[in-house]
Design a binder for this molecule. Structure first.
Ligand code: GDP
Ligand code: GDP
Length: 454
């Protein structure tokens, strides 16, 4: 039985590893009401209430993992942000610019029944200049008659308009085929032995010092030419050499840009963070040590945890913390980060340069944990001993047994326990803690699931 389960898992693991690494990002852009959210739901293959969204209110989930014909990609829905009427065309264009920067492919949605508006024109201009592949969707083409209307969209100068009905699903498969064709090839380093530069997402709420830290790290060693980009546009990421290694800092264009005053900036900040995490292997979360930890900080930490990336938490502006407060602050931080006790921590000052050199070793350590694979033999002798010392609690008069354990995945590490009965949540947490004590995994999330033999 276990052998059969394992054989199945082997396939899963292979599939997972083949697909590992960052997924290409498809951003859906367009002015309000053209049907972006409807289209996103159509692509995701479900009918989720779009209406619950209050216009202008930040929606939490904006990026989704989608797949079509076996190809996975990240879908970014920009429909949750709704500008007000004043200066709308301009604002939409600004937002399209941000979306264009973080996406690999832009799915530009226009309402074919309305035709081209000023906003559509403005967005087209921005998208054309971005140099990114654009797929033009002529939405609300609910029947053949309406297809003629779609033809009018040729004049946007973005190539062929693809008629679709997001609401009824008409031609949505054809549209996705076109999107797939426009996706970049998977980066070659995933399949060879040579790995490209490791990817770091530098995240944190506005004003914590992301761009200051980036400047400090870049210093003299900043590499200006990105050999991977190979296009004329400004590099979105920067390659920086640190500790004798080249690192790719994700979405530095977004970090360096001042878009704080932009309406809906929070919405885009969240989206950027998620997109950056998608493309990274390790996240450095910046927190302002001179202030109390805010909801926003915790939300970002949650995003990182959910993304499954390795994590280093850097408390910045340590220079502003009084000498005699430091000890208490450390204690306070321990308490606040109790949900992620495994995250590696450094206290730095981007301004003075204090302890910034500790960042790279922490990042390296976190990545090492993230990639660690515990040999099955070692894991099982450890489990045997653990169960002998502390057997699982009896449940319904029966003592569940752990028959066998294996690490099914890395990046991040995932463990599977084959059991003869249900293991209580508390006991699973206990095992997880003991695994960490035994094998390390500092700086990396790990997961533990059980497969119960029926
Ligand atoms: P968003 O603001 O761009 O995200 O637009 P929504 O997805 O919220 O859609 C706006 C309105 O257009 C809703 O009432 C949708 O039901 C409607 N709609 C979306 N797609 C279609 C379509 O393909 N055909 C028709 N007839 N209506 C659509
Ligand atoms: P970002 O929005 O996260 O990119 O933050 P910035 O790098 O723009 O920094 C916001 C403000 O915090 C600026 O005024 C910086 O000078 C200041 N700042 C950044 N790092 C430090 C630090 O380590 N110590 C102090 N005292 N100020 C800092």
């Amino acid at each position: 039985w276990i052998a059969a389960e394992l054989a199945g898992m082997e396939d899963e693991r292979e599939a997972e590893e083949f697909d590992a690494g960052p997924l290409p990002v498809v951003a859906v852009v367009g002015r309000p009401n053209v049907g972006k959210s409807t289209l996103v739901n159509r692509i995701l293959g479900r009918r989720e209430a779009v209406v619950e969204d209050v216009p202008g209110v930040t929606r939490d989930r904006v990026t989704y993992e989608a797949s079509w014909r076996g190809r996975r990609f990240t879908l970014v829905d920009t429909g949750g942000w709704d500008p007000d009427a004043t200066g709308m065309a301009l604002r939409i264009a600004e937002h399209a610019q941000i979306a264009a920067e973080l996406a690999d492919v832009i799915l530009f949605v226009v309402d074919a029944t309305v035709g081209i508006t000023d906003s559509d024109e403005a967005v087209s201009g921005v998208l054309r200049r971005s140099g990114k592949p654009i797929v033009l969707a002529a939405n609300k083409v609910d029947d053949q008659r309406a297809e003629l209307e779609a033809n009018a969209l040729w004049s946007l100068g973005l190539g062929e308009p693809h008629p679709v009905s997001a609401l009824h699903g008409r031609a949505s498969g054809d549209l996705l085929d076109v999107v797939l064709d426009a996706l970049p090839e998977a980066p070659p380093q995933r399949f060879g032995t040579e790995r490209g530069p490791q990817r770091i997402a530098l995240v944190g709420k506005p004003n914590v010092g992301k761009s200051s830290l980036l400047n400090r790290l870049a210093g003299e060693e900043r590499v200006l030419v990105d050999p991977m980009a190979g296009t004329t546009r400004d590099p979105v990421d920067e390659l920086i050499e640190l500790g004798g290694q080249t690192w790719r800092f994700i979405d530095t264009a977004g970090i360096r840009r001042r878009e704080r005053e932009l309406q809906g900036a929070d919405f885009y900040a969240g989206m950027r963070t998620k997109a950056a995490l998608e493309r990274s292997e390790v996240a450095v979360v910046l927190i302002d040590a001179s202030e109390v930890l805010t909801e926003q900080d915790l939300r970002i930490i949650t995003m990182v945890t959910e993304s499954g990336r390795a994590m280093v938490v850097a408390f910045n502006k340590w220079d502003l913390v009084d000498e005699d407060r430091r000890y208490y602050l450390e204690k306070e931080i321990d308490r606040q980060l109790s949900r992620v006790p495994w995250a590696l921590r450094v206290n730095i000052s981007a301004m003075t340069g204090r302890h910034v050199e500790k960042l790279v070793p922490a990042i390296e350590r976190a990545l090492e944990s993230w990639r660690t694979r515990v040999p099955t033999g070692r894991l099982n002798s450890f489990l045997t001993e653990l169960v002998q010392q502390t057997p699982p609690p009896v449940r319904g008069g029966k003592q569940p047994k752990i028959l066998f354990g294996t690490q099914a995945a890395v990046e991040p590490p995932k463990f599977v326990l084959f059991t003869s009965g249900f293991l209580e949540e508390q006991y699973r947490r206990f095992i997880e803690r003991r695994i960490r004590e035994e094998f390390g995994f500092a700086g990396s999330p790990i997961s533990l699931t059980m497969k119960i033999r029926e």
